[in-house]
Design a protein around this ligand. Structure first.
Ligand SMILES: [Zn+2]
Length: 64
């Protein structure tokens, strides 16, 4: 992935939970209604930050 870069979450460098890699491609995702309902976020319009490991492809989701 060309836009992979190190990511910091909560003041700490993120490393992939699967392979330990430290470079990620960043994407933003609007959670759909069904998923929002699942997480009891009906009252907001949640947007997730997604960091995709450039080595193994695992997607790390963060709700801001
Ligand atoms: Zn990985």
């Amino acid at each position: 992935m060309a836009d992979a870069r190190p990511v910091t979450v909560a003041g700490k460098p993120l490393s992939c939970v699967v392979c330990g890699h430290d470079r990620f491609a960043e994407r933003k995702a609007q959670l759909n209604t069904r998923l929002a309902t699942l997480f009891d976020f009906d009252w907001v319009n949640p947007q997730a930050e997604c960091y995709i490991c450039s080595h193994c492809g695992y997607v790390h989701w963060f709700l801001k």
